[in-house]
Design a protein around this ligand. Structure first.
Ligand code: SF4
Length: 287
């Protein structure tokens, strides 16, 4: 929505360092919170008239709450914007916004204020994982013992699991021989709680394969993606088999944690759009 708005500003030759520049000021200035508050009140009135969108939305702890529309104010948009950026991950589960970038966007003087948003993200993930002891599976879905003392120098964390390749470990992750195609690497151990992340990676690879087909890439490139997709499937099947083989209580705890992890990822990556322009136009027309 913000990208659309920035395009509208460019199309209308509006030059300002502010996202919402005031048109009434002689000097470059942003809209006052009071003015935005009034416009938001108009918007909410229209929403309330046309569609009572009261329903489950995400609370600060990742829980679902029933939201009272009348509590929306300009500041809540600012919070929501920052939290979505802090939560956002790419198709491989990597965070797409660094705290420094978010601090810059938000104009926070104090870095700790920015980090509060990342703490909420971390809390959501931690909540999903806290009840479950850590586990690692090899590429065939077989459990591998975790030795904390040895792990601290024999393994490093990578997206969706752990890397045990000695050269890459000794260079702290800077000399991967396979450009992080971990799903096809015998040195990769997957965290079973990252099942959903592995499914997202497979989906990403499928998209890459389609794009490679469209541009008529060499057949060995298509084979490359096809094999990696198959490797992701082997890992996912291995995780499923592992979970199926657990005792009822343990399996149920992992399944619940997997669902929570999937939910965190879904909320962080799913697009949520309301056509504000349309609603505001509607509000103006009805005046
Ligand atoms: S591809 Fe292999 S060597 Fe590279 S980071 Fe992944 S597990 Fe480590």
């Amino acid at each position: 929505m913000i990208r659309d708005w920035q395009q509208i500003k460019r199309d209308a030759s509006i030059e300002s360092k502010w996202l919402f520049p005031s048109q009434k000021m002689v000097k470059d200035h942003h809209y006052s919170a009071g003015y935005l508050g009034l416009r938001i009140a108009e918007l909410l009135e229209t929403i309330a008239e046309r569609a009572p969108f009261v329903g489950p939305v995400e609370g600060a702890e990742g829980n679902l709450i029933h939201f009272d529309l009348s509590t929306i104010d300009p500041y809540s948009f600012r919070h929501a914007f920052a939290q979505r950026l802090a939560d956002a991950t790419d198709s491989e589960g990597r965070s797409t916004t660094t705290p420094e970038v978010l601090q810059d966007y938000m104009g926070h003087k104090n870095f700790n204020t920015t980090m509060d948003y990342f703490t909420v993200t971390a809390k959501r993930r931690k909540k999903a994982l806290s009840a479950i002891p850590p586990r690692r599976l090899n590429l065939l879905g077989q459990p591998v013992d975790i030795d904390y003392e040895r792990d601290s120098f024999g393994k490093i964390a990578v997206t969706l699991g752990t890397c045990t390749e000695p050269q890459n470990v000794s260079s702290n992750g800077h000399s991967c021989a396979l450009s992080h195609a971990c799903e096809s690497c015998p040195f990769f151990l997957v965290d079973p709680l990252e099942r959903d992340g592995m499914a997202a990676k497979r989906q990403h690879l499928k998209v890459q394969l389609e794009r490679a087909r469209i541009i008529r890439a060499a057949s060995h490139m298509l084979d490359h993606y096809t094999a990696r997709i198959a490797d992701c499937t082997t890992i996912i099947d291995g995780i499923d088999e592992y979970i199926d083989g657990l005792e009822d209580e343990e399996g149920a705890a992992i399944s619940a944690a997997l669902e929570q992890m999937a939910d965190v990822r879904r909320r962080a990556t799913s697009p949520r759009r309301i056509d504000l322009r349309q609603l505001l136009r509607g509000a103006q027309n009805s005046q």
